[in-house]
Design a protein around this ligand. Structure first.
Ligand code: SF4
Length: 474
């Protein structure tokens, strides 16, 4: 991982699919473009035509790179499309790991796109390998494909139900089965997935911003534990399991999702504004001259804080948007300058000022420390650091790339120690109660990275730990 992103929770993946839509391949590419923030390593579109023909367009890179020059207009409009943007949380970033995955099961064509992470994938894979299954990728998603193929049930919905009852973890899936499309959310609904409509066709997207770009209207969210089948008979809903325990990822509001998306009737931008206001309400003592965000993630919360406190909002840090994950890594001796490739401070605005600095979260603390140092070198007098989330003390195992617990600064240092490490004058995190207030109360959320209360068992993690302990005993 490049230094650029080592100090952030990294977005997982995006899924986008269409059923019976005009210009469906073009719409899918546009949808994936709108969802680019959820995965920038690779992208793929699978499409199945009425004539029974199917094909792929896949590649490593951003959407604009992968589909550049792709002459989709020459292709007969497909009945179904299945699209995916990848950021690898399981398996590497080689070609073989680009989704959607495809297989033929008894002459039926099946493709699958996945956003999330299977927490018992290693365990299931081991059993499948012992049963003679051959894997073509390193992805946890392939486990689901094998389980579907091995199921003795007779129709595709029963096969999927049978397969998913063995699977633990976070999964929002789009599956195409010949000319049908199936949308699925795990019984906790950890990752998002929405249904939209356009003309007589249907659209599935990780976020509502994927619907907006093609002028599709929002119909509803796929429910936790729901399997939604769309075919020429219409829409039909099935369940994975009887037990549903809604725990949608609360971090989607803080950082992952695009500000113009909505979940559970809550607009993400508004939630971030509320978070900023809440930060102020939790500690009104502040004599800063200005409020500045760490762009872009701290922007909306800083606006909210400024509104609530009356302290003027200013863009004191400018972000360079053209620094990608694969950008050239600086030599060791220039590492301290590395942060300047992404952020620069507005010297004229900041000199001699006392500032409130707002960022969405602190993960390892290394980037925050560098930004503080840039600000001090620019002549900032005092820095009051406000964090628009509670302290992160646990890693995420549900489809987000996070550092190991031992590298999370709030897991290894207390508030005073973090303040000293960052060399700021004061440090304040948002409370967990405050976060819930900002997102319209507790409608059923996962907050495990702030509480270590994991709503879905971490089977692979537990097995790994047990194995290590056994090795120690030997
Ligand atoms: S652990 Fe954190 S990032 Fe992961 S799903 Fe839960 S709230 Fe979201």
């Amino acid at each position: 991982m490049s230094y650029i992103n080592q100090d952030r929770f990294i977005d997982h993946c995006a899924v986008f699919g269409t059923y019976d839509l005009k210009e469906s391949i073009y719409s899918t590419i546009l949808g994936l473009h709108a969802l680019q923030h959820r995965g920038q390593e690779a992208s793929g579109v699978f499409y199945f035509q009425e004539s029974g023909l199917f094909s792929f367009k896949k590649g490593i890179g951003k959407v604009s790179e992968v589909y550049a020059g792709f002459d989709h207009e020459k292709i007969e409009n497909p009945r179904v499309t299945n699209g995916h943007n990848r950021y690898s949380t399981f398996g590497g970033s080689e070609e073989k790991n680009i989704q959607p995955l495809y297989a033929q099961i008894n002459k039926d064509n099946i493709s699958i796109s996945h956003n999330g992470n299977i927490t018992n994938a290693h365990y299931l894979k081991q059993n499948l390998l012992e049963d003679g299954c051959i894997f073509q990728s390193d992805m946890d998603t392939e486990v689901i494909l094998h389980l579907i193929a091995k199921s003795k049930e007779t129709n595709i919905i029963e096969k999927i139900q049978d397969a998913l009852r063995k699977v633990e973890g976070a999964y929002s899936l789009i599956i195409t089965y010949n000319d049908e499309i199936i949308a699925i959310r795990d019984p906790n609904g950890i990752r998002p997935l929405v249904l939209g409509k356009k003309d007589n066709g249907f659209v599935l997207s990780s976020e509502t911003c994927g619907l907006d770009i093609i002028n599709a209207t929002f119909e509803r969210e796929i429910d936790p534990g729901e399997i939604l089948l769309i075919n020429d008979k219409g829409i039909k809903s099935f369940s994975i399991a009887n037990k549903v325990n809604k725990t949608f990822c609360i971090f989607e509001y803080i950082y992952f999702a695009r500000p113009d998306s909505n979940f559970l009737n809550q607009n993400v931008y508004e939630a971030r504004i509320n978070i900023g206001k809440q930060l102020y309400l939790e500690n009104k003592k502040n004599n800063s001259d200005i409020v500045i965000p760490v762009p872009d993630s701290g922007l909306a919360s800083a606006i909210g804080y400024s509104e609530a406190s009356g302290i003027p909002f200013q863009l004191g840090i400018i972000r360079n948007h053209y620094v990608g994950r694969s950008f050239i890594q600086p030599k060791q001796e220039l590492r301290d300058l590395a942060v300047k490739m992404k952020h620069n401070v507005n010297l004229k605005l900041l000199q001699g000022k006392s500032i409130t600095l707002i960022d969405d979260s602190i993960v390892r603390g290394t980037t925050s420390k560098k930004i503080v140092s840039l600000l001090k070198n620019a002549g900032v007098k005092k820095i009051h650091f406000k964090v628009a989330s509670p302290a992160i003390i646990g890693s995420c195992y549900y489809g987000v790339d996070t550092p190991n617990e031992d590298n999370l600064i709030a897991n290894i240092k207390n508030l005073e120690e973090i303040k000293d490490y960052l060399e700021v004058d004061t440090l304040q995190y948002l409370s967990l109660e405050g976060l819930y207030k900002a997102v319209n109360g507790n409608q059923g959320y996962c907050d495990a990275c702030f509480t270590k209360k994991y709503p879905v068992p971490l089977i692979d993690q537990t097995l790994k730990k047990q194995q290590k302990e056994q090795i120690k005993l030997v």
